[in-house]
Design a protein around this ligand. Structure first.
Ligand code: F6R
Length: 369
């Protein structure tokens, strides 16, 4: 049932292009507009929404962080994202004009369920993004957009994450479409890019051998740091989470701009630091800033592992290891940038003799608060 792979995780990583394509299937019509009929919240209601709040845990929370950038940019609606376990305890401001999005692979995560129950008690509409048909979270929500990742068996989430991203982009673009924003042209262009993104994910998967080799050389390291900016920041957090849960290594993700406010003190000789570099074509100011960050940490002895778009030559002089990803619109980059980090963590776990599909102390669905 592992389809020839040693682990479910490897199989699920390999299934990502299909999972992404399946999640898009039937949701973008021939004219490039979105048809999310399943989202039974009427367009009239979506036009009245004045705020979006996303709740989720773990990897799904990282998808939510990325969704925030997309929703705010494409819809100009304020969007908050919060760890479900923190959400209701701070007495959040919610009302009928708030759209709450609960993201969960299993649909059974107790923290997320309690957060959405709290939101509905305050009169907010809840849209679930979920991978498990008929599970509790979609049943208790006003509407659901299913991710079509298929069953995810490995405890560490991979294909579910990519499909959560796709679902979040669809919701963000749909909100933009329904509400009509000044980004109409950009939205149409992104919808086009999104429809062909599965091919880009597939291309990344075909180039992972050097990432595996690199991971094996780092098996005895104690710490790996991850840096990113903008949507690369949640990607860095996700890379660190994967490494913690699979390799049992200390790993931390930082917003690269925060380096100088403290974390740079951690940099020492030969410390592996993974840097997710934004596209030089999109938010080029961020690109230039992160290139200086790479220079700074390398000058202090860090071993830089740089994930950068094909054709980005500015990073080459400062990368001890360079991992190339296909060019995508800025906001879609996490779909390709996360893949090498999954492979990296999986290979490190194997090299350290860990149980890849069943990491210690973890359960696939967390049904206690
Ligand atoms: C990490 C991981 C967890 C889950 C989290 C939420 O690889 O799998 O962090 O993402 O427990 O689970 P769901 O999405 O089922 O609510």
């Amino acid at each position: 049932e592992k389809g020839g792979y040693d682990y479910f995780m490897l199989k699920e990583i390999a299934e990502q292009p299909k999972a992404v394509a399946d999640t898009l299937l039937g949701r973008i019509d021939g004219s490039g507009s979105l048809t999310l009929d399943e989202v039974r919240i009427p367009p009239g209601v979506l036009r009245e929404i004045d705020k979006v709040v996303i709740v989720a845990c773990g990897t799904a929370f990282h998808a939510g962080m990325i969704a925030k950038y997309a929703i705010e940019h494409w819809t100009r609606l304020p969007c908050e994202v919060e760890l479900a376990s923190e959400f209701r305890y701070r007495d959040p401001i919610l009302d009928a004009q708030t759209l709450v999005i609960a993201i969960s692979q299993s649909g059974e995560t107790m923290d997320t369920l309690m957060a959405l129950r709290h939101a509905r008690e305050q009169g907010s509409r809840v849209l679930a993004i979920c991978n498990t048909n008929g599970s509790t979270i979609p049943r208790e929500s006003d509407a659901v957009l299913y991710t079509h990742a298929g069953p995810e068996v490995a405890v560490a989430s991979t294909k579910a994450f990519l499909t959560q991203l796709v679902a979040c982009y669809l919701v963000a673009l749909y909100l933009g479409q329904v509400r009509g924003t000044k980004w109409g042209d950009e939205i149409r262009a992104v919808i086009r890019d999104l429809s062909s993104i599965a091919g880009a994910v597939d291309r990344v998967l075909g180039t992972m051998e050097p990432v595996r080799e690199l991971a094996r050389t780092l098996a005895s390291k104690k710490t790996v740091l991850f840096l990113g900016r903008h949507v690369g920041y949640p990607v860095a957090l996700e890379g660190a989470l994967k490494l913690k849960e699979l390799a049992y290594m200390h790993a931390e993700g930082f917003a690269a701009g925060e380096l100088k406010h403290g974390p740079i003190a951690l940099i020492e000789e030969d410390l592996p630091v993974v840097v997710v570099v934004p596209s030089p074509r999109g938010r080029s100011v961020l690109h230039d800033k992160i290139v200086s960050n790479i220079q700074e940490i390398r000058a202090r002895g860090a071993r830089t592992i740089v994930i950068a778009e094909e054709g980005d030559e500015a990073v080459v002089p400062y990368a001890d290891h360079l991992i190339r990803i296909p060019a995508t619109p800025t906001l879609l980059q996490p779909l390709v940038a996360t893949v090498p980090l999954q492979v990296f963590a999986c290979e490190l776990a194997t090299a350290r003799g860990n149980e890849v599909d069943q990491p210690r102390n973890l359960a696939k669905s967390v049904t206690v608060e």
